[in-house]
Design a protein around this ligand. Sequence first.
Ligand code: C2O
Length: 525
Amino acid sequence: MKNTRRLCSSKPIVTINGKFPGPTLYAREDDTVLVKVVNRVKHNVSIHWHGVRQLRTGWADGPAYITQCPIQPGQSYVYNFTITGQRGTLLWHAHVNWLRATVHGALVILPKRGVPYPFPKPDDELVVVLGEWWKSDTEAVINEALKSGLAPNVSDAHTINGLPGTVANCSTQDVFNLPIESGKTYLLRIINAALNEELFFKIAGHNLTIVEVDATYIKPFNIDTIVIAPGQTTNALLTAHQKSGKYLLTASPFMDAPVAVDNLTATATLHYTGTLSTSPTILTTPPPKNATQIANHFIDSLKSLNSPKYPAKVPFKIDHSLFFTVGLGVNPCPSCKAGNGSRVVASVNNVTFVMPNTALLQAHYFNTPGVFTTDFPGNPPHVFNYSGSPPKNLQTQSGTKLYRVGYNETVQVVMQDTGIIAPENHPVHLHGFNFFVVGRGVGNYDPNKDPNKFNLVDPVERNTVGVPSGGWTAIRFRADNPGVWFMHCHLEVHTTWGLKMAFLVDNGKGPKESLIPPPKDLPKC
Ligand code: C2O
């Protein structure tokens, strides 16, 4: 624990090696990475290497009660995995309760030695981690909300590399300063590590060239505003084309839900070195709250960089065609006084996922009965057709249900935001795979017409994708990684409410197609 001061008050926070945000980890494509995590706090801990595929090494993936039991106080665990065929910017974060509020950092994977980037070599590289800050203890915030059945408090500030900027009078020293030199080009590795907020990121007086998202290269394009959801990463080239001065960087929330009240913009400064620091900061206007058009323009511009070196392997023939409704619902809760006897829940196909008491991957590997079932529905219980008036019964059923897929089978998932309680953008993250985003639309998905418009040529490949407010997103992937793989909304509040499920991918026939045996120090529940 480390006492940390922001917004005029201090609180003890859980950190890795005393740092907030945590240390940046550097590796190269195809490196084997060993990280020993020693738990010196009173909380359970587990670390997820967000976006690392973990081919056959699900034991090192990290989500508590999914692939491992958490590391208990006083215990340790060595994460051991190989970064196969991936390079770019990812992140690592705690994956138990709301601990990732303070336990997160960058994971930078450089290309293999001697392999250049597919864009002009930058003069320098900079990591920009976006986050959120609560004045109170985040575990208390969510526990209180679960008791009352109501939505948890929103954060007190957003942060850029751990600092909120000039949001409060007392925080004027808490501003991240990025020194740059005129004429040089920088690769910004931008990470959204916030718990619950999609963010707009922009720099006054400068455009950005986007070259990579979620550690996959894309066709470069120029833009002035980036939209980035929790769990997503974006690499952008910044050319220092101005001569001098200070320019404002902003990270401001993209609030598409009518109930959201978290409107604070984090600021940082870009400072041309060698020029007067007293020169005026050139301001930028953050996008308006519901700048859906700006977001759509950014998202629609993302196309994978296809080349013989980076071929897109979009599955054409689909073995499992799934339709998932994702959204919020209401369940009875007699003890929830504040919520008038009911509580907010979230679900996929009306199933609110219940965390088991032991890890699913172990239960699968050792054939422990009674931990999970494999009857996760591939379709919602009622044909989904939202016309604006919410259905009477918003209740969901609870269960630890997995969807089973054979090794190397192909999967298409169309995810539809129900918009029943509130239309909200859900950034859905899949562990163990990258997927192709083949389609996206507003309103109800039409299974007869929409597939004709799918992009099977150069769809962007990612690990986290937004299901738009009141709309849908279609993804495809090949299940070439055996194990138990979590899929969930990366807005932590929605995960807590149950917007999560898991895929169970069988072993293949060959020894190279099977899960490796569990490591000896794998934590016990
Ligand atoms: Cu970045 Cu399951 O999380």
